[in-house]
Design a protein around this ligand. Sequence first.
Ligand code: TXA
Ligand code: MG
Length: 364
Amino acid sequence: METRVIGVDPLEDCRAVYREAAAVLADGGLVAIPTETVYGLGADAFNTEAVADVFAVKERPSFDPLICHLPSARALRDIVEIPAGLQPLVDALAREFWPGPMTLVLPRKACVPDIVTSGLPTVACRVPSHEVMRGVARALGHPIAAPSANRFGHISPTSASAVLTELGGKIPLVLDAGACSEGLESTILQPCLDEKGKPAVRLLREGPVTREKLRKICRVLKPGKKTSSDPEASVPGSGAGENGQEEAPTAPGMLKSHYAPSKPLMLHNPREAFQPEPGVRYGLITYQGDSELAAQDCWTEVMPLSPGSGRLSEAAVRLFAVMRAMDESPSVDVIIAEELPLQGLGCAMMDRLTRAAAKRGETW
Ligand code: TXA
Ligand code: MG
């Protein structure tokens, strides 16, 4: 299949391009569409055959559910049933972080097909800040189900050229709006009530909306924590379970090994000196580029994420592109990544690097 690429600049009038992309989607086709986080592989969320193609093209297991992209927060009520007790929290989160890189997992309405949610009673929803994804969803008139536009387990694409490397020849259309401005996949949250009945969120995936930002709105719980708002969970004082705090299953599809280059990637332990093996060519992904580690003479390539200044936001934008460049470099056999500060965006980046470093096939 020939993959067409259409350049699109959100600062100009793009309505004709949105209509063209929406027509491909309405016809059951797939379109790679930019968002502020990473490029998504979009299908009409209400077309089960098109959604099945998303899984097939990505070689993605059917237990890993998709995110529905909406043109506005108002469209949320078309696909989810928000429990009355959670409405004020959902409103507060939407006001603060939408449009933007936050995904909310909420009880779904019957119109959302099983294949989108992998059979779960909940659906993941997001209103992206990128005009192009919102514009195409508005032109289609349905939510767009879109995972990251990469083959399953690979590095997420933050440019149209990365999408072509991953899926070129397998999809009919890519909309090219240049590099993504956040560079990391959205933060995934499940709004809930904690054991005291207070609003909280389970942090299912770290992302650009950091814990620090979330804590200004509500408590942030670990993914596995059961709470009083879970339908099947014990309520405080009911005697069943310990204050509703036993472990629930973690988010589906959150595999320990993910976001992986095809070359081995290892995280450098800052408490140990790096011992290169003879005959192996090492490439270093470093934060600022001026560390002791970067000064060692064992590297055939050194790629800083935020040269000089060391800004986490710049490192986040560049992380996947740098991982990809290392993977493609002919002079590197093994990739070593320097640890990043565990604060703000550093947490999401360390999550991705840790998963990239994990042995393939293991699950969380
Ligand atoms: O930034 C992003 O979120 C990008 C862009 C394209 O929007 N999308 C993205 O999608 O990263 P994907 O498919 O690579 O990751 C979606 C993840 C799933 O792996 C799963 O962990 C979680 O979202 N998810 C989806 N539906 C869920 C549900 N009902 N309950 C819990 N987790 C869910
Ligand atoms: Mg993905």
